[in-house]
Design a protein around this ligand. Structure first.
Ligand code: PLP
Length: 391
Protein backbone atom coordinates (compact mmCIF):
# COMPACT_ATOMS: atom_id res chain seq x y z
CA UNK A 1 0.00 0.00 0.00
CA UNK A 2 1.09 3.53 -0.72
CA UNK A 3 -0.33 5.45 2.23
CA UNK A 4 -0.90 9.13 1.49
CA UNK A 5 -3.51 9.99 4.11
CA UNK A 6 -1.32 11.11 7.01
CA UNK A 7 -3.60 14.08 7.72
CA UNK A 8 -6.25 11.48 8.68
CA UNK A 9 -3.92 9.42 10.82
CA UNK A 10 -0.31 8.27 11.02
CA UNK A 11 1.21 4.90 11.87
CA UNK A 12 2.19 4.47 15.51
CA UNK A 13 5.90 5.12 15.94
CA UNK A 14 7.66 1.91 17.04
CA UNK A 15 9.36 3.85 19.87
CA UNK A 16 5.97 5.07 21.13
CA UNK A 17 4.59 1.53 21.00
CA UNK A 18 7.62 0.22 22.94
CA UNK A 19 7.22 2.95 25.56
CA UNK A 20 3.52 2.14 25.95
CA UNK A 21 3.79 -1.63 26.30
CA UNK A 22 4.70 -1.80 30.02
CA UNK A 23 1.62 0.29 30.82
CA UNK A 24 -0.59 -2.13 28.89
CA UNK A 25 0.98 -4.98 30.83
CA UNK A 26 2.75 -5.22 34.15
CA UNK A 27 2.49 -1.50 35.03
CA UNK A 28 -1.28 -1.44 35.16
CA UNK A 29 -1.67 0.66 38.32
CA UNK A 30 -4.12 3.53 38.65
CA UNK A 31 -2.13 6.77 39.06
CA UNK A 32 -4.46 7.71 41.93
CA UNK A 33 -3.53 4.52 43.86
CA UNK A 34 -1.64 5.04 47.13
CA UNK A 35 0.74 2.13 46.65
CA UNK A 36 3.73 1.35 44.52
CA UNK A 37 1.89 0.37 41.31
CA UNK A 38 -0.05 3.64 41.48
CA UNK A 39 3.11 5.64 42.00
CA UNK A 40 4.77 3.95 39.01
CA UNK A 41 1.85 4.98 36.82
CA UNK A 42 1.76 8.51 38.27
CA UNK A 43 5.48 8.93 37.65
CA UNK A 44 5.01 7.89 34.02
CA UNK A 45 2.25 10.48 33.61
CA UNK A 46 4.37 13.16 35.32
CA UNK A 47 7.35 12.41 33.13
CA UNK A 48 5.18 12.47 30.00
CA UNK A 49 3.75 15.85 31.05
CA UNK A 50 7.27 17.24 31.45
CA UNK A 51 8.26 15.98 28.01
CA UNK A 52 5.18 17.44 26.33
CA UNK A 53 5.61 20.76 28.18
CA UNK A 54 9.21 21.02 27.05
CA UNK A 55 8.30 20.21 23.40
CA UNK A 56 5.71 23.02 23.42
CA UNK A 57 7.76 25.44 25.55
CA UNK A 58 5.03 25.41 28.22
CA UNK A 59 4.94 24.78 31.97
CA UNK A 60 4.04 21.27 33.12
CA UNK A 61 1.02 22.67 34.97
CA UNK A 62 -0.29 23.98 31.64
CA UNK A 63 -0.50 20.56 29.96
CA UNK A 64 -3.69 18.48 30.15
CA UNK A 65 -4.04 15.06 28.59
CA UNK A 66 -7.30 14.37 26.76
CA UNK A 67 -8.89 11.64 24.68
CA UNK A 68 -7.78 13.33 21.46
CA UNK A 69 -7.96 16.46 19.37
CA UNK A 70 -11.76 16.64 19.39
CA UNK A 71 -11.92 16.57 23.18
CA UNK A 72 -9.11 19.12 23.53
CA UNK A 73 -10.83 21.54 21.13
CA UNK A 74 -14.27 21.16 22.75
CA UNK A 75 -12.76 21.50 26.22
CA UNK A 76 -10.84 24.64 25.32
CA UNK A 77 -13.67 26.38 23.51
CA UNK A 78 -16.54 25.46 25.82
CA UNK A 79 -14.51 25.59 29.04
CA UNK A 80 -13.02 29.04 28.35
CA UNK A 81 -16.18 30.59 26.85
CA UNK A 82 -18.30 29.43 29.77
CA UNK A 83 -15.83 30.68 32.39
CA UNK A 84 -15.50 34.06 30.67
CA UNK A 85 -19.27 34.53 30.43
CA UNK A 86 -19.70 33.52 34.05
CA UNK A 87 -17.15 36.16 35.01
CA UNK A 88 -19.27 38.76 33.17
CA UNK A 89 -16.70 39.34 30.40
CA UNK A 90 -19.21 38.87 27.57
CA UNK A 91 -20.54 36.19 25.26
CA UNK A 92 -19.17 36.85 21.78
CA UNK A 93 -16.83 34.47 19.99
CA UNK A 94 -14.77 34.80 16.83
CA UNK A 95 -13.85 31.75 14.78
CA UNK A 96 -13.35 30.81 11.13
CA UNK A 97 -15.30 28.97 8.45
CA UNK A 98 -12.41 26.58 7.77
CA UNK A 99 -12.05 24.99 11.22
CA UNK A 100 -12.26 21.23 11.62
CA UNK A 101 -15.78 20.05 12.49
CA UNK A 102 -14.69 19.71 16.13
CA UNK A 103 -14.26 23.50 16.27
CA UNK A 104 -17.20 24.33 13.99
CA UNK A 105 -19.63 22.22 15.99
CA UNK A 106 -18.31 23.47 19.34
CA UNK A 107 -18.98 27.02 18.08
CA UNK A 108 -22.47 25.99 16.92
CA UNK A 109 -23.18 24.56 20.37
CA UNK A 110 -22.02 27.78 22.00
CA UNK A 111 -24.41 29.66 19.73
CA UNK A 112 -27.24 27.35 20.82
CA UNK A 113 -26.58 28.20 24.46
CA UNK A 114 -26.67 31.92 23.89
CA UNK A 115 -23.24 33.01 22.65
CA UNK A 116 -22.96 35.13 19.53
CA UNK A 117 -20.49 33.78 16.99
CA UNK A 118 -18.71 35.69 14.23
CA UNK A 119 -17.37 33.27 11.62
CA UNK A 120 -14.58 34.70 9.49
CA UNK A 121 -14.05 33.50 5.94
CA UNK A 122 -10.70 33.21 4.17
CA UNK A 123 -9.08 34.15 0.88
CA UNK A 124 -8.73 31.89 -2.16
CA UNK A 125 -5.71 30.21 -0.59
CA UNK A 126 -7.48 29.41 2.67
CA UNK A 127 -5.86 32.19 4.66
CA UNK A 128 -7.78 34.15 7.26
CA UNK A 129 -7.28 37.92 7.22
CA UNK A 130 -5.73 39.54 10.31
CA UNK A 131 -7.50 42.80 9.42
CA UNK A 132 -10.91 41.14 9.34
CA UNK A 133 -10.07 39.37 12.57
CA UNK A 134 -9.33 42.69 14.27
CA UNK A 135 -12.50 44.19 12.84
CA UNK A 136 -14.58 41.36 14.34
CA UNK A 137 -13.45 42.09 17.92
CA UNK A 138 -16.00 43.70 20.25
CA UNK A 139 -16.05 44.78 23.88
CA UNK A 140 -17.95 41.57 24.69
CA UNK A 141 -15.67 39.18 22.74
CA UNK A 142 -14.35 36.51 25.09
CA UNK A 143 -12.78 33.90 22.86
CA UNK A 144 -11.22 33.56 19.43
CA UNK A 145 -10.47 30.15 17.96
CA UNK A 146 -8.38 29.93 14.79
CA UNK A 147 -6.63 26.79 13.61
CA UNK A 148 -2.87 26.79 13.12
CA UNK A 149 -2.89 24.72 9.94
CA UNK A 150 -5.84 23.53 7.91
CA UNK A 151 -6.33 19.78 7.58
CA UNK A 152 -7.87 19.85 4.10
CA UNK A 153 -5.64 22.24 2.17
CA UNK A 154 -2.66 22.70 4.51
CA UNK A 155 -2.82 26.49 4.75
CA UNK A 156 -0.97 27.86 7.79
CA UNK A 157 -2.92 30.60 9.54
CA UNK A 158 -1.29 33.76 10.98
CA UNK A 159 -1.97 32.75 14.60
CA UNK A 160 1.00 34.60 16.13
CA UNK A 161 -0.12 37.76 14.34
CA UNK A 162 -3.66 37.33 15.69
CA UNK A 163 -2.27 36.85 19.21
CA UNK A 164 -0.31 40.10 18.85
CA UNK A 165 -3.50 41.88 17.75
CA UNK A 166 -5.28 40.59 20.86
CA UNK A 167 -2.45 41.75 23.12
CA UNK A 168 -2.60 45.21 21.66
CA UNK A 169 -6.43 45.17 21.90
CA UNK A 170 -6.21 44.20 25.57
CA UNK A 171 -4.03 47.22 26.34
CA UNK A 172 -6.11 49.63 24.24
CA UNK A 173 -9.56 48.39 25.27
CA UNK A 174 -8.69 47.03 28.73
CA UNK A 175 -10.42 43.83 27.68
CA UNK A 176 -8.77 40.45 27.20
CA UNK A 177 -9.88 37.98 24.55
CA UNK A 178 -8.60 34.43 24.94
CA UNK A 179 -7.08 32.79 21.89
CA UNK A 180 -7.32 29.05 21.20
CA UNK A 181 -5.75 27.29 18.25
CA UNK A 182 -6.41 23.83 16.83
CA UNK A 183 -2.81 22.85 16.06
CA UNK A 184 -3.64 19.20 15.34
CA UNK A 185 -2.00 19.18 11.89
CA UNK A 186 1.13 21.11 12.82
CA UNK A 187 3.50 18.86 14.82
CA UNK A 188 6.41 17.56 12.79
CA UNK A 189 5.93 20.15 10.06
CA UNK A 190 5.96 23.47 11.95
CA UNK A 191 7.52 24.35 15.30
CA UNK A 192 4.75 24.49 17.91
CA UNK A 193 6.01 26.93 20.54
CA UNK A 194 3.21 28.34 22.67
CA UNK A 195 5.33 31.33 23.76
CA UNK A 196 6.20 32.32 20.21
CA UNK A 197 2.59 31.81 19.16
CA UNK A 198 1.45 33.89 22.14
CA UNK A 199 -1.77 31.93 22.59
CA UNK A 200 -3.81 30.93 25.64
CA UNK A 201 -4.87 27.44 24.58
CA UNK A 202 -3.77 24.93 21.95
CA UNK A 203 -5.04 21.48 20.98
CA UNK A 204 -3.11 18.48 19.69
CA UNK A 205 -4.01 14.93 18.67
CA UNK A 206 -1.46 12.15 19.19
CA UNK A 207 -2.43 9.94 16.27
CA UNK A 208 -1.54 12.73 13.83
CA UNK A 209 2.12 12.60 14.87
CA UNK A 210 2.85 8.92 15.35
CA UNK A 211 1.20 8.54 18.75
CA UNK A 212 -1.78 6.38 19.67
CA UNK A 213 -5.39 7.07 18.71
CA UNK A 214 -7.68 8.33 21.47
CA UNK A 215 -5.01 10.52 23.08
CA UNK A 216 -4.49 14.24 22.87
CA UNK A 217 -3.09 17.29 24.57
CA UNK A 218 -4.58 20.59 25.63
CA UNK A 219 -2.21 23.42 26.49
CA UNK A 220 -4.03 25.83 28.79
CA UNK A 221 -1.97 28.87 29.79
CA UNK A 222 -1.75 29.59 33.49
CA UNK A 223 -4.58 31.83 34.75
CA UNK A 224 -6.69 31.38 31.62
CA UNK A 225 -10.33 31.46 32.77
CA UNK A 226 -11.57 27.90 32.45
CA UNK A 227 -14.35 25.66 33.72
CA UNK A 228 -13.90 21.89 33.50
CA UNK A 229 -16.29 20.00 31.24
CA UNK A 230 -15.55 16.52 32.55
CA UNK A 231 -16.43 16.46 36.21
CA UNK A 232 -16.04 13.81 38.84
CA UNK A 233 -12.43 13.42 39.89
CA UNK A 234 -9.44 15.56 40.66
CA UNK A 235 -7.26 14.28 37.82
CA UNK A 236 -5.42 16.65 35.49
CA UNK A 237 -5.28 19.38 38.13
CA UNK A 238 -9.09 19.36 38.53
CA UNK A 239 -9.46 20.31 34.88
CA UNK A 240 -10.31 16.96 33.31
CA UNK A 241 -11.76 14.25 35.51
CA UNK A 242 -11.30 10.57 34.69
CA UNK A 243 -8.66 7.92 35.23
CA UNK A 244 -5.71 8.72 33.02
CA UNK A 245 -4.99 6.75 29.83
CA UNK A 246 -1.48 6.05 31.09
CA UNK A 247 -0.25 4.09 28.07
CA UNK A 248 -1.75 6.67 25.69
CA UNK A 249 -0.14 9.52 27.60
CA UNK A 250 3.27 7.81 27.58
CA UNK A 251 2.96 7.11 23.84
CA UNK A 252 1.90 10.69 23.19
CA UNK A 253 4.97 12.11 24.92
CA UNK A 254 7.36 9.75 23.15
CA UNK A 255 5.83 10.48 19.74
CA UNK A 256 5.73 14.25 20.27
CA UNK A 257 9.38 14.31 21.36
CA UNK A 258 10.51 12.43 18.23
CA UNK A 259 8.20 14.51 16.03
CA UNK A 260 9.59 17.75 17.43
CA UNK A 261 13.13 16.80 16.36
CA UNK A 262 14.56 17.62 12.91
CA UNK A 263 11.46 19.47 11.77
CA UNK A 264 13.19 21.49 9.08
CA UNK A 265 14.97 18.49 7.53
CA UNK A 266 11.71 16.48 7.54
CA UNK A 267 9.73 19.39 6.15
CA UNK A 268 12.21 20.03 3.37
CA UNK A 269 12.48 16.36 2.30
CA UNK A 270 8.72 15.77 2.35
CA UNK A 271 8.03 19.20 0.85
CA UNK A 272 10.27 18.18 -2.07
CA UNK A 273 8.26 14.98 -2.57
CA UNK A 274 5.00 16.92 -2.42
CA UNK A 275 6.34 19.31 -5.06
CA UNK A 276 7.35 16.40 -7.30
CA UNK A 277 3.83 14.97 -6.92
CA UNK A 278 2.20 18.32 -7.67
CA UNK A 279 4.34 19.02 -10.74
CA UNK A 280 4.00 15.46 -11.98
CA UNK A 281 0.21 15.54 -11.73
CA UNK A 282 -0.12 18.96 -13.37
CA UNK A 283 2.09 17.81 -16.25
CA UNK A 284 0.42 14.43 -16.79
CA UNK A 285 -3.24 15.16 -16.10
CA UNK A 286 -5.12 17.78 -18.12
CA UNK A 287 -7.47 20.11 -16.21
CA UNK A 288 -5.99 19.47 -12.81
CA UNK A 289 -5.75 22.39 -10.39
CA UNK A 290 -4.22 22.65 -6.93
CA UNK A 291 -6.30 24.04 -4.07
CA UNK A 292 -4.81 26.05 -1.26
CA UNK A 293 -1.65 27.94 -0.65
CA UNK A 294 1.65 27.65 -2.43
CA UNK A 295 3.58 29.23 0.42
CA UNK A 296 2.87 29.27 4.15
CA UNK A 297 1.48 25.79 3.95
CA UNK A 298 2.14 22.42 5.48
CA UNK A 299 4.83 20.71 3.40
CA UNK A 300 3.00 17.38 3.36
CA UNK A 301 -0.40 18.39 2.05
CA UNK A 302 -1.54 18.46 -1.59
CA UNK A 303 -5.19 19.14 -2.35
CA UNK A 304 -5.94 18.92 -6.03
CA UNK A 305 -9.08 19.05 -8.19
CA UNK A 306 -9.72 17.15 -11.39
CA UNK A 307 -12.38 18.61 -13.65
CA UNK A 308 -15.24 16.24 -14.49
CA UNK A 309 -14.84 13.61 -11.77
CA UNK A 310 -16.10 12.93 -8.29
CA UNK A 311 -13.39 12.83 -5.65
CA UNK A 312 -14.95 9.81 -3.93
CA UNK A 313 -14.87 7.83 -7.16
CA UNK A 314 -11.18 8.59 -7.73
CA UNK A 315 -10.34 7.73 -4.10
CA UNK A 316 -12.07 4.34 -4.57
CA UNK A 317 -10.21 3.72 -7.84
CA UNK A 318 -6.87 4.56 -6.21
CA UNK A 319 -7.74 2.32 -3.27
CA UNK A 320 -8.32 -0.57 -5.68
CA UNK A 321 -4.76 0.04 -6.96
CA UNK A 322 -3.29 0.11 -3.44
CA UNK A 323 -3.08 3.87 -2.92
CA UNK A 324 -4.74 5.42 0.15
CA UNK A 325 -5.79 9.07 -0.26
CA UNK A 326 -8.93 10.93 0.74
CA UNK A 327 -11.34 13.60 -0.35
CA UNK A 328 -10.81 15.46 2.92
CA UNK A 329 -14.51 16.29 2.91
CA UNK A 330 -17.37 15.00 5.01
CA UNK A 331 -19.45 12.08 3.85
CA UNK A 332 -22.55 11.52 5.93
CA UNK A 333 -25.49 9.18 5.33
CA UNK A 334 -23.93 8.20 2.03
CA UNK A 335 -24.67 11.75 0.82
CA UNK A 336 -21.71 13.62 -0.55
CA UNK A 337 -21.22 17.04 0.97
CA UNK A 338 -18.88 19.57 -0.61
CA UNK A 339 -15.90 20.52 1.54
CA UNK A 340 -16.76 23.54 3.69
CA UNK A 341 -13.12 24.60 3.42
CA UNK A 342 -13.02 24.62 -0.38
CA UNK A 343 -16.36 26.43 -0.51
CA UNK A 344 -15.08 29.07 1.94
CA UNK A 345 -12.08 29.52 -0.37
CA UNK A 346 -14.47 30.26 -3.23
CA UNK A 347 -13.73 27.05 -5.12
CA UNK A 348 -16.71 26.36 -7.43
CA UNK A 349 -18.80 23.39 -6.33
CA UNK A 350 -17.96 21.34 -9.45
CA UNK A 351 -14.26 21.70 -8.75
CA UNK A 352 -14.76 21.02 -5.04
CA UNK A 353 -16.60 17.81 -5.99
CA UNK A 354 -13.58 16.62 -7.96
CA UNK A 355 -10.98 17.28 -5.29
CA UNK A 356 -8.78 14.82 -3.48
CA UNK A 357 -6.16 15.25 -0.76
CA UNK A 358 -2.80 13.54 -0.70
CA UNK A 359 -1.09 13.94 2.67
CA UNK A 360 2.46 12.67 2.89
CA UNK A 361 4.26 11.49 5.99
CA UNK A 362 7.65 10.84 7.45
CA UNK A 363 7.71 7.37 5.90
CA UNK A 364 6.72 8.50 2.38
CA UNK A 365 9.38 7.68 -0.21
CA UNK A 366 10.23 8.94 -3.70
CA UNK A 367 9.12 5.48 -4.92
CA UNK A 368 5.65 6.03 -3.42
CA UNK A 369 5.30 9.27 -5.34
CA UNK A 370 6.42 7.68 -8.62
CA UNK A 371 3.89 4.86 -8.10
CA UNK A 372 1.09 7.40 -7.72
CA UNK A 373 2.30 9.34 -10.75
CA UNK A 374 2.22 6.16 -12.83
CA UNK A 375 -1.29 5.17 -11.75
CA UNK A 376 -3.08 8.45 -11.39
CA UNK A 377 -3.42 9.72 -15.01
CA UNK A 378 -5.10 6.47 -16.15
CA UNK A 379 -7.41 6.39 -13.15
CA UNK A 380 -8.46 10.03 -13.65
CA UNK A 381 -9.17 9.25 -17.31
CA UNK A 382 -11.29 6.22 -16.37
CA UNK A 383 -13.12 8.25 -13.70
CA UNK A 384 -13.87 10.95 -16.28
CA UNK A 385 -15.16 8.43 -18.81
CA UNK A 386 -17.32 6.80 -16.19
CA UNK A 387 -18.73 10.18 -15.11
CA UNK A 388 -19.68 10.88 -18.76
CA UNK A 389 -21.24 7.47 -19.38
CA UNK A 390 -23.17 7.37 -16.10
CA UNK A 391 -24.27 10.99 -16.65
N1 PLP B 1 -8.58 19.12 14.20
C1 PLP B 1 -7.99 18.82 13.03
C2 PLP B 1 -7.39 19.93 12.23
C3 PLP B 1 -7.95 17.50 12.57
O1 PLP B 1 -7.38 17.24 11.39
C4 PLP B 1 -8.53 16.49 13.37
C5 PLP B 1 -8.56 15.08 12.89
O2 PLP B 1 -8.93 14.80 11.78
C6 PLP B 1 -9.11 16.84 14.60
C7 PLP B 1 -9.11 18.16 14.98
C8 PLP B 1 -9.71 15.79 15.51
O3 PLP B 1 -8.72 15.05 16.18
P1 PLP B 1 -9.08 13.61 16.82
O4 PLP B 1 -9.15 12.64 15.70
O5 PLP B 1 -7.92 13.30 17.73
O6 PLP B 1 -10.33 13.76 17.58
Amino acid sequence: MVYLDHAATTPLRPEAREAMLPYLGENFGNPSGHYNAGRVAQEAVDEARETVASCLNARTSEILFTSGGTEAINTAMLGIAYAMRRAGAGSHIVTTAIEHHAGLHAAQFLEEIGFEVTTLSCDGFGRVSATEFERALRPDTVLASVMLANNEVGTVEPVAELAAILKEYAVRQRHRVMLHSDAVQAPGWLPVDVQKLGIDALSLSSHKFGGPKGSGVLFLRRATPFHALLLGGGQEMQKRAGTENVAGIVGTAKALKLTSENISARASRVGGLRERLRQGILEAVPDAETNGCQENCLPNNLNISFEGIEGDDLVARLDARGVAASTGSACSNAMWEPSHVLLAMGVPIRRAAGSIRFSLGEGTTAGDIETVLELLPGEVERARLSAITTG
